[in-house]
Design a binder for this molecule. Sequence first.
Ligand code: ADE
Ligand code: ZN
Length: 340
Amino acid sequence: SPLHSLLVALPKCEHHMHLEGSLSPELLFRLAAKNSISLPQSDPAFESVESLYARYAAFTSLDDFLGYYYIGFSVLLTQSDFEELSYTYLSRAASSNVRHTEVFFDPQAHLSRGVAVSTIIGGFQAASQRAETELGISSLLIPCLLRHLPVENSAACFGEMLSANLFSSQGSGGVLAGLGLCSTEIAKPPSVWKDIFALAEANGIRRTSHAGEEGPAEYVAKALDDLHAMRIDHGVHAADDEGLLEKLAVQKIMLTVCPVSNVRLRGVDDIKEVPIRRFLEKGVRFSLNSDDPAYFGAYIQEVYCQTEDAFGLSVDEWGMIARNAVEGSWCDDTRKGEIL
Ligand code: ADE
Ligand code: ZN
């Protein structure tokens, strides 16, 4: 498309990228060797970089992907592992004119392996500061609670982060910019995490939640009503409910949409089925994101270009998408002003 060079030059913000989802097969095998971690012998996908990429190209669902995603976690042990992972992502994002990014991570799945939140934060912060100085990209970090674990495990993990004053709203220079919720969705309605999100709100912590990826529009509504989510991650099934779309538009709730992820996890058969046009018609704000780029074979630049190829958006529409992405970011107004 003639718009591809414009889409490269466009100043971008990313709001939906799981740090662990940027672990490439190459880095996975290298860190496994360095840290003496054994990978599942019984799964032929782990025979080589190539076989692992081939398996990633054949995901059948969110849960099928998550199985591989959590195995990938096992190779991440030290602060320098997290620093390398973070800097590799940030430099790639910066090279695609991503000016600001908000990165998710899953603390519970590291705590259960004996890796402390401070190890992850330390590695991310070192990379974040270096990338900001050297490449001009700003970055924030957002922990996601995990829906496949008992809610008590979420409560304990959130309680620890709160007690340690890790959130930026807590006034002591905390590095965590907000709270998220992710992992398997079906049969895990947002309401279960209501008390934890209420405690977050009481502490001035921003809130976002995965919803409407595989789950119904009702889960998106619950994320708004029960979690007071300020953004919705994915949100594609919100398109099934006219009233909900109006509410999202009126309340200026931004959806962090991940069209290539939706294709790769078989939420849609074709990227053209992602309700991008519907969101535009209804005035629902959204940003475009990579989700787990190393697993889905597309970083944000490819996501922008594949979206353009599918929908043929106008220059004005792209300008609006880029502005909404800046506006929906959780950086301060000064930083927003620098980006646009
Ligand atoms: N964790 C990492 N990627 C995810 C996704 N697409 N949905 C839910 N949880 C996730
Ligand atoms: Zn996600």
